[in-house]
Structures are given as C-alpha cells and as structure tokens.
Design a protein around this ligand. Structure first.
Ligand code: SF4
Length: 361
C-alpha cells in the first residue's frame, strides 16, 4: 500500500500546500503593525534557495522590499556579544540547597518519578539538572505521532472533522521537523502512516461522542506544603455522568498485555499503570476535585503483529491512589535529602554512573 518516500510525498502534496498557505497566513496575521519576512539566498550546504511561492501571492501594495545589508553588517559587528559564552553563575551541582530549590520549583512528573524508580541518577541527570540528550528515532517517532493526534483533535474541537490523510500529513510534518536522517525518516514515516491509518479506521467512529480536551497540562498540584506534582494528559473525555472523566494516554511501540501494563510480569515495570494512577492523583486535586476520573485508558497507536489495535481500560482504586501518594512523598524525601548520592550498581551499559564519576563527590 505504501511506496517510496517520493511517491508518498506526491500522494499528499496536492493538499499540503493549503495547510502551509494557512500557516503562512496565520503567521502574518499575528503581527500588530508590520511583519518582517527574511530568507536566506543560500542554505547551509551552500546551494541557492528559492523564496517561498507564498511570497509571490502577497499584494504588492502591502509589501516593501528592503536591502538586508545594513542588518547583516550590524549582526556581524555584534556576533561576538550575541554568541559569547554565558558567565559561569551556576552553583556547584552538589550544592544541596540549589538542588532542593530545583526540585521544589520543577515538582515531580510521572516520567520523572518513573525515571527515579528505574535509577535515581537517571532522574538526576534527565529530570533534575536536565542535561540535553539526543533523542533516538523511536522517541522522535513517538513525539510525531502525539503531535499528529494533538493537531487532529484540536481541529476537531474547532468543528472540523478531518480524515485519516490529514492525520498522516500532520505526522509527516512533525517528523520532518525532527533531527532525523533521510533513511530513518523514510522508515519511520511509512511505519507511522500505516499505523495511523489503521488506528483511525479502528477508532474514529467513536471520536467526538464525548466532549473532550487534549494535551491538558496540570501544574502545581501540592501534595503537602512543599511537594508538588504536574503532568500533561493526552486526552480527557467528559463522560455522560459529568464531572466524571476518562483519561486516555497514547502509546507507540508494540502493544502490551494488561499484566505487562500493570507490572505483573517478570520483565515489566508497571510504568504505564503508574502513569494512570498518577493522573488520577492530579485530577483529584485539581481545582478542589472539580473532575472525578473514573477510568484511564492506555491506547496503543501501533497494531500487534496480526494488525489488531489494542486499548486497555483501568479503573483506579482508592488504595492505589493512596499508595502512589505515599510513594511520591517518600521519593521526594529521598531527592531532597540526596539519599541516593552514593548509589552505584554494576550495569556496564549505563552511562549515568560514568557521568556521576565525573562530578565532584
Ligand atoms: S550504573 Fe549507576 S546510574 Fe546506572 S543504573 Fe546503576 S546506579 Fe543507576
């Protein structure tokens, strides 16, 4: 069904101009008084670049063409200042007060909690001090799938019911923006396009039956006077018996069984189920318990090897919520006391202890 990248591009090129024209229009209409459009004559590879076709569609009486030389000279003169290294004002990493402040400012998300439970140093580097890490192609794939679904549902909320091709187009655009090489792009695009078309066919009929919200960010929910949690929920559906809601979380990758999701198999970590319970905790405390989360759904966007799409729905018990709250508070305590400071293990493939070695102990 899917051909080469070129064929796929042709397949979607007819309509993608409209969307790009819309984006161009939206960008221009954000300006209060004037919009400045700049373009480079040559790309990073030295090849000449053509201006966007949409520039030619602007009414001539509304545009003024300016010579960029004056800006280029002023940029050249100030380049040294603009790109100078910032003065070192960062406190020493092991400064407990500094780390405590970071933790209390950020709060704890469920991915940070899951990282901490897998290894405190993973949490320390990725979530607390946030060292930049290169995303792998699967992470970029997952993020482009989430982006496509978010875009699709936002349009839906604006009253436009788009088709599967729209979903695939949004996915392609998002993947295209990722720092991914051509070969991986082609592989990931074909995989994602096929998955999204099947996912649409399996689920679209039910979309819109309930009112919903997408990418709902909930920040600063305090569990006590210091510890706060936060999260971003992929989709929240308002059920018939409002204010009851169902939270849906999209997952890429091979679908997992119920037992794997719940961490009941030997190799599973229970991260997905913990995520749903965490969302329950967030929603319970959001605006004085305005919404009641009755269930959480893990929805797999990729099919199993037989082409079947899976979703698993869980009802969260009060005991699970209370146990998770205790766990969050215990972990927070460990982070604030830096009680993991001397933790090491002998995993030869793990790079975080190497990084830890490079720090002053
Ligand atoms: S090697 Fe170090 S950082 Fe990696 S899992 Fe073990 S303790 Fe954690």
């Amino acid at each position: 069904m899917y051909g080469t990248l070129e064929e796929t591009e042709d397949r979607f090129s007819e309509t993608s101009d409209d969307d790009e024209r819309n984006l161009f229009y939206v960008a221009l209409t954000r300006a209060k008084r004037e919009a400045v459009i700049t373009l480079a004559e040559r790309g990073a590879d030295g090849r000449e670049q053509l201006p966007s076709q949409f520039l030619g569609e602007l009414r001539p009486e509304l545009t003024v063409r300016e010579d960029a030389e004056i800006y280029e000279k002023s940029f050249e003169a100030q380049k040294g200042i603009a790109f100078a290294a910032p003065e070192a004002t960062v406190p020493l990493l092991e400064d407990k007060e500094f780390l405590n402040r970071l933790f209390l400012d950020h709060g704890l998300s469920v991915s940070a909690l899951n990282n901490y439970l897998s290894c405190p140093w993973k949490y320390f580097f990725t979530n607390l001090i946030r060292i930049p890490e290169a995303a792998n192609k699967y992470a970029m794939f997952g993020s482009a799938i989430h982006d496509a679904l978010k875009n699709y549902f936002m349009r839906f909320l604006e009253g436009e019911k788009k088709d599967a091709a729209y979903l695939v187009r949004r996915f392609r655009e998002s993947l295209y923006r990722q720092p991914i090489d051509e070969k991986d792009f082609e592989e990931m695009f074909l995989k994602g396009a096929k998955a999204l078309e099947g996912y649409y066919a399996a689920h679209a009929e039910a979309w819109g039956i309930n009112k919903f919200s997408v990418e709902w960010g909930i920040d600063g929910i305090f569990l006590n006077d210091r510890i706060k949690i936060n999260g971003r929920l992929d989709k929240v559906e308002l059920l018939d018996d409002a204010p009851h809601v169902k939270v849906i979380d999209y997952k890429t990758g091979k679908p997992k069984s119920r037992n794997e999701i719940e961490g009941k198999t030997k190799a599973s970590d229970g991260n997905y189920k913990r995520q749903l319970v965490f969302y329950h905790l967030l929603l319970n405390k959001f605006e004085g318990g305005k919404y009641k989360m009755t269930s959480g759904e893990i929805s797999f966007v990729e099919p199993d090897e037989r082409g079947k799409y899976h979703s698993e729905v869980f009802e969260i018990t009060p005991e699970e919520i209370s146990a998770l709250q205790d766990q969050v508070l215990a972990v927070s305590d460990e982070i604030l006391n830096l009680s993991f400071w001397d933790k090491r293990c002998d995993d030869p493939k793990c790079e975080y202890c190497d990084l830890r070695q490079k720090m002053r102990s």
